[in-house]
Design a protein around this ligand. Structure first.
Ligand SMILES: Nc1ncnc2c1ncn2[C@@H]1O[C@H](COP(=O)(O)OP(=O)(O)OP(=O)(O)O)[C@@H](O)[C@H]1O
Ligand SMILES: [Mg+2]
Length: 507
């Protein structure tokens, strides 16, 4: 049992090769190019509308409220309302649309991942823990979905709003603008400082959470051993240690994590107060008009928002890219090699000659194309021979050394040996669960490397050391071995394995 740090949600991870991963991710977006362009346009209009709305405050106050033109004011308010409405409507449309596209892409990636995993050799599953592989489907793909459906667009729309707001403010008042820049500099600095601190704190929290989860998992798996050796009290002690570390890490993560928004709000308020003071004095001195001041103040309240939003979204994009990288990593794993051209076919005997038949006949044969265009049929007998086979699961650690053996058709053979001697390994090679290094294995005289894997495995009946039941009924599980088995055959198999009585209710 190996303890592995689990990965929870919310961890900020950096992708190793950001550009490459992004480029590969973009390939999944390509089929939606046209839709994405429309979404982008909607997003731009919506962001600009939201920024432009505030600009109307100036003419509304200066040209309508102050002179008392209420009819005009009503018209302007209608116009303003329409602009905001368009902004809100477009943002609703593009967000929903993006969600649909993103979920379609995620569906595709999940499918591709699962289909690819079915083709991977057992060696791959030896190298990767179950928990880690599971987290590609849950954590990594979740993070990716979050980024695709909202974070990417949100960062772009924040950038547009930010730039739009700055331009509007500069146009409204070049004199007050330096005050705003000062506040923004302070915000960026504070954002970076708190962001870095909270990133580290969250990392530590994640690490501690991983330790704790790993420990719980290990102890749950090993409950029997724990009970046999009376380790319960000791475990509780060790658990408390991990638990306490997690608590401490969480306190600092929460503290920094919670500090971002209030800091930004406070800076915004300070800037608001400064601008009110300076702008107010200037208005009193007659160097400024009230409409401009109020519009400017409105913008100064909004301008910090995109900075806070983007810092969070950028982190979630990083997590998503790191997740995508791990998913792609699995997709890049080479599938099982299968170059076999010899297939297993049903045959019948006619005048002493084997003839292939389409319907289910009782006899089986290997169908081998020997180059002349005419297929050769070799009866399936079950003659297995090992010739000087060498094999090791891990390079440099041989398990089987120069093994030669044979099993003639019909023979009952038992491998007897101490644990770890390599008995299961021998059967693992016959079924080609693993590729052997050197030597040759023949099956009815045919090199097993020439036999198509599906057909090779179909020709065996294998009862594994560790029995695995899939969810479903016992009948389903028995039928897993032969999907064409009749109900009578399944029941006969259940009787043979003594599984007919205990499972009667479910068979
Ligand atoms: N998937 C694997 N990855 C790495 N090493 C493995 C793997 N499976 C088995 N081994 C190693 O290969 C050797 C042979 O193992 P094997 O399972 O064939 O033994 P066995 O004879 O079947 O033992 P047992 O009687 O316990 O079933 C052992 O040293 C074992 O640790
Ligand atoms: Mg074994």
């Amino acid at each position: 049992m190996s303890r592995r740090p689990g990965r929870g949600r919310g961890v900020i991870e950096e992708p190793k090769d950001r550009k490459k991963t992004l480029r590969r991710l973009l390939r999944y977006l390509r089929p939606y190019t046209l839709q994405l362009i429309i979404i982008f346009v909607l997003m731009m209009i919506s962001s600009i509308a939201m920024v432009a709305g505030s600009y109307f405050i100036k003419p509304i106050i200066n040209n309508y409220i102050l002179p008392g033109d209420f009819r005009g004011l009503f018209r302007m308010l209608l116009l303003l309302g329409s602009i905001y409405l368009i902004g809100a409507l477009f943002s609703y449309i593009y967000e929903r649309w993006m969600l649909h596209i993103s979920l379609k892409i995620i569906y595709g990636i999940r499918k591709e991942l699962f289909e690819h995993m079915q083709k991977l050799p057992l060696r791959f599953f030896d190298r990767n823990t179950q928990g880690d592989l599971m987290s590609r489907y849950s954590n990594d793909i979740d993070n990716l979905n979050e980024a695709l459906s909202s974070a990417f667009l949100s960062v772009v729309s924040s950038a547009v709003s930010f730039l739009g707001t700055l331009i509007a403010m500069l146009t409204l008042s070049p004199i007050l603008f330096p005050l705003t820049l000062l506040t923004l500099a302070a915000m960026l600095y504070a954002g970076k400082f708190i962001g870095d601190k909270s990133k580290n704190a969250f990392r530590r929290q994640q690490k501690e959470l991983g330790q704790l989860n790993g420990y719980i998992e290990e102890m749950m798996e090993g409950q029997k051993v724990v009970k046999v050796f009376n380790y319960e009290a000791k475990n509780v002690g060790a658990f408390s240690g991990f638990n306490e570390q997690l608590r401490l890490a969480s306190v600092s993560a929460m503290t920094y994590g919670g500090a971002m928004m209030p800091t930004m709000m406070n800076l915004t308020t300070i800037s608001y107060a400064m601008i009110t003071l300076v702008g107010g004095l200037m208005t009193l001195a007659g160097r400024f008009d009230i409409g401009t001041l109020i519009a400017y103040l409105q913008y100064s309240r909004q301008v910090g928002g995109p900075i806070g939003r983007s810092t969070q979204q950028v982190n979630s994009i990083y997590s998503a890219l790191a997740g995508a990288e791990r998913v792609f990593h699995v997709l890049d794993e080479a599938p099982e090699i299968d170059e076999g051209k010899v297939h297993l076919v049903n045959v019948r005997l006619e005048d002493g000659k084997l003839i292939e038949c389409v319907e289910a006949c009782r006899l089986w044969a290997w169908k081998k194309d020997n180059g002349s265009g005419e297929a050769q049929l070799i009866p399936l007998k079950g003659d297995i021979r090992f010739h000087d086979v060498n094999f090791g699961y891990v390079e440099g650690t041989p398990v089987l050394k120069n093994i030669s053996l044979f099993a003639k058709p019909g023979e009952k053979i038992a491998f007897v040996g101490s644990t770890g001697a390599g008995k299961t390994t021998i059967t693992n090679l016959i079924t080609r669960f693993y590729e052997f290094g050197s030597g040759k294995i023949t099956y009815d005289g045919i090199d097993i490397l020439d036999i198509a894997k599906d057909d090779l495995r179909r020709s065996f009946g294998v009862v594994l050391q560790d029995v695995h039941l899939f969810s479903g009924t016992i009948r389903d599980n028995i039928r897993y071995g032969n999907l064409h088995a009749t109900d009578e055959e399944v029941e006969a198999a259940a009787k043979l394995a003594n599984a007919d009585k205990i499972g009667r209710a479910h068979v």
